[in-house]
Ligand binder design. Structure first.
Ligand SMILES: [Zn+2]
Length: 248
């Protein structure tokens, strides 16, 4: 566990976490989870600390994300994606990740896996790895040894990415549900839109249309794919934490 000046360790020096893996992907059993997770807290938790425990995702979401960065550094992008997507099994979508301010009330335990997968989603939205890694490094340097809150994180990510990510952060942090991509098949075309709670929710999503990768820009109103005669349509769900629902 993270503490200023020291990290506490308790995993009997075994791989995984107390004999099992938090990820459904087998790679989770190839390293000592607690060594990696708690090391991540030196940056996210100890160096950058949340002002209120309601914003504890600032520790746990980022630190959980560092686990997948570790896997990616050792084994490459695909394995990192498999690891982080294997954490989905732990997401409850029961309560918002942000708790209640001023009363010592932390939010849902989803702050770990869902927080990490939200960051992975934002990486896919930005769609430029050089920019993404620089943003994370700049974030950890800019707020080094500081106490911050959710608004500070969101403002920094908006400024550095040049995007308005506020509705994305709001959906994942302030509502229990994740965005649902609704799709309708009609005469060889696909209609699509987001169903979400956050005001003005929108974000891109990558799909495969007839085996070719295409980036769609759904909003909460229906749009059509430019391609007609679609035989094959697949949403690349490893890159975005979303549900996909076919509607009539
Ligand atoms: Zn932790």
């Amino acid at each position: 566990m993270e503490h200023q000046s020291a990290v506490a360790y308790g995993n009997h020096y075994g791989n995984g976490y107390l004999g099992h893996s938090l990820s459904s992907d087998e790679i989770g059993m190839s390293f000592d989870y607690i060594i990696i997770h708690e090391s991540g807290h030196e940056w996210f938790g100890n160096s950058i600390t949340s002002r209120d425990i309601a914003d504890m995702w600032i520790h746990e979401g980022f630190t959980c994300y560092t686990e997948s960065v570790y896997v990616e550094c050792l084994y490459g992008y695909e394995k990192g994606q498999n690891y982080i997507n294997g954490l989905k099994q732990n997401i409850a979508n029961d309560h918002p990740i942000i708790g209640f301010y001023g009363v010592g009330f932390e939010g849902s335990g989803d702050m770990y896996p869902k927080g990490a997968l939200m960051l992975n989603t934002i990486r896919s939205i930005i769609n430029d790895d050089a920019k993404w890694w620089k943003l994370l490094l700049d974030y950890s340097n800019k707020f080094r040894h500081q106490i911050i809150d959710t608004e500070t994180v969101v403002a920094f990510f908006n400024k550095e990415s040049g995007l308005n990510l506020t509705p994305v952060f709001n959906q994942y942090l302030r509502y229990p549900a994740i965005p649902v991509l609704e799709i309708k098949r009609e005469k060889g075309s696909i209609q699509y839109r987001w169903k979400a709670d956050a005001a003005d929710f929108n974000m891109p999503v990558d799909v495969e249309i007839n085996k070719k990768q295409v980036r769609l820009q759904p909003t909460t109103t229906w749009k059509f794919t430019e391609t007609r005669g679609i035989k094959d349509f697949k949403v690349l769900q490893q890159k975005f934490l979303i549900d996909v629902m076919e509607v009539e």
